[in-house]
Write a protein that binds this ligand. Structure first.
Ligand code: NI
Ligand code: MN
Length: 230
């Protein structure tokens, strides 16, 4: 069993039955972050890319809980320069152990610049992750991305039972692209994310569900701050 809590936007906490906590793309200052959420512990932080709604809050959280922090190589150097220990810089196709889970870095079609003051620092390429739980179930966490044909390969190689897909539009896929992604990945369930945070992020889970009707793929719509078990 995995307890999944949506922390708003593209940010999640996953808590394993054995108590370990994995945090993905923390954004504690986001407009939809649930302010009453408390972190008790964090064993691993996964960062998909360098944008301000995904990366910067990983540094203070990492200093507080000393988790392993997995990201692309360039972001791992940036985090280390900010004083974060125990970083794992990797690249696409690679797999590493991160606390209790195995993490494979995947492709994403997006950008990854790190904004610092008035500068934009090169943040490597945007990524996604396939996470294998101790019970061998696999989850695909797409990060920010458009749909891409190699999602079919992710489906073939990893057969993730659950996929997290952005649907908001403008910066990422909309439900139209996400429905194609869902069919390629062949996951039983899809969690929509990266929508509703700001007015331009217009995609909705209802649109995605309508486009996936008849495929057997269930849209698992989460409520921000409300844990669900999977
Ligand atoms: Ni982004
Ligand atoms: Mn984003």
């Amino acid at each position: 069993m995995l307890e999944i809590t949506w922390l708003g936007h593209g940010s999640f906490q996953w808590k394993l039955e054995t108590g370990e906590v994995i945090v993905l793309d923390p954004w504690l200052n986001g407009p939809t972050y649930p302010k009453d959420h408390q972190f008790d512990r964090i064993d691993a932080i996964l960062v998909t890319h360098g944008h301000p709604d995904h990366l910067p809050d990983a540094a203070p959280l990492a200093k507080r809980f000393s988790p392993v922090v997995v990201s692309n190589y360039e972001i791992s150097l940036w985090l280390a320069a900010k004083g974060v220990g125990n970083t794992v810089g990797m690249n696409k196709g690679g797999t590493t152990q991160a606390g209790p889970v195995r993490v494979t870095m995947t492709h994403a079609i997006h950008s990854s610049g790190i904004i610092e003051g008035e500068q934009i620092i090169y943040g490597g390429e945007a990524t996604g992750f396939v996470v294998e739980l101790p019970d061998k179930r696999k989850i695909y966490f797409a990060g920010d991305t458009d749909v891409f044909g190699e999602m079919a390969l992710i489906g073939e190689m990893h057969a993730p039972e659950l996929s997290f897909l952005p649907i908001g539009d403008l910066y990422t896929m909309s439900p139209r692209e996400a429905s194609v992604a869902g069919r390629m990945l062949k996951s039983k369930k899809v969690v929509p994310m990266h929508y509703g945070t700001f007015p331009p992020l217009t995609g909705t889970p209802e649109e995605l569900a309508a486009l996936l009707a008849g495929t057997g793929i269930e849209v698992m719509t989460l409520e921000i701050g409300k844990p669900v078990n999977w």
